[in-house]
Design a protein around this ligand. Sequence first.
Ligand code: 5GP
Ligand code: MN
Ligand code: MN
Length: 334
Amino acid sequence: ADWTAAVAAVRDLPADGRVLLICHVNPDGDALGSMLGFGLGLRRLGVRRMQATFPGPPEVPEPFQELPGLDLLVPATEAYPDPDLVICFDAASGSRLGELVDRLETARAALVLDHHASNTHFGRINLVDPHAAATSVVAEGLLGRLGIELDAGIAECLYVALSTDTGSFRFEATTPAVHELAARLLATGIRPGDISRRVFDTRPFGAVRLFGEVLGRARLEPAVAAGHGLVWTYATQDDLARHDQRPYVLEPLIDSVRCTAEADVSCVVKETTTGDWAVSMRSKGAVDVSRVAVALGGGGHRFAAGFTGSGTLDEVVGRIRAELDGALTGAGRH
Ligand code: 5GP
Ligand code: MN
Ligand code: MN
C-alpha cells in the first residue's frame, strides 16, 4: 500500500482545498462509518471545505441515522464537480460509485481506501488491503500516519464500520489486530451496548412481520453445488409496500437465512425496480461466492458477495445455480 503518497496527497491540500469523500451505493456500516470517521479526522486536521456523499438518493438507513459526522453529507447532485482531493471508501470498483465515478477524473488527486480482494485499483493512489476486516481498518491506518488522534466521534464511526463488517467480531477476519483496534476505539469512551442496539437490534414492527413472511418462503436445495446445498428467498417491491418498509430494512435478512445448517450457500434476492434484482450471497466455505458474483457482474469477498441482475426471479436464481459448481473451493470439491 502506498501510504507515503496517500499522506502526501492529504498534506499537499491547499489551505482552502475542497475534499470530496465518496462511499459505495446503498451504503452499509463500513461505507458510511469509514467515510464519516475519516472525514471527522480530516476536520480535526483543519480541513474546512469538505463534503461526504454516495450515489443515488441521499437516504441514510435508519440504523446509521445517529452516526457522528452526518452533517458532512450532501446529496450526490450537490457534490463538488472538481474537488482538489477525492477519497473513495469501501468500493471495489468505479461502478460502485454510480454517477460520482467521474470525480476520479476531475479531481486533482484521487485516493481509494478499500479491503475487497476484487478491487480494481481505480484510484490514482490505492490503499487496498484485502486482509483488512473492514475499510475502517485502512482508514484508521491513514489517520494514524497523518498524526490525527482518535476522539469519540471518529471512534464511534469506525466502531460501527468494524462491528458491522466483522458481524460483531464473529467472522474469520477478526484478528488480534481487529480486537486491538476495537480496544483503542472503546478507550475513547464510546458505548458499545447503545451503538449495537441501534445498529443491529432495532427495527420497525413492520419489518419484523415482513421478515416472517420472507423467511417463511425460503427454499432449501440440498442437491446443489456438489451437495453442499443452497438456501434462498426473495422479497419484492410489493412485499415492501404492503409492510410499508424501506428497501434497506432487508439488509439483515441474509443473516437469518445463512444460519441454515443444510446449506453452504445462502442468497436473498431483492427486487429493486420491476425486473431488477439485488442479490446478497453468503458462503460457509465450500463455495467462493465472490466468483459467482463476479461471473454475474458483481463482486465482494469469498464468504460475502453480491450482484445486481435483470429478468424474472427464476432466471436470476437459475444463473446463480449455474455458477455454483464452477465456484467450488478446494474445501468444496469432493
Ligand atoms: P451485501 O450482501 O451485504 O449487500 O454485500 C456483501 C458483499 O458483496 C459486500 O462486500 C459488497 O461489497 C459486495 N457486493 C454486494 N452487492 C454488490 C454489487 O452489486 N456489485 C459489487 N461489485 N459488489 C457487491
Ligand atoms: Mn460495504
Ligand atoms: Mn467493507
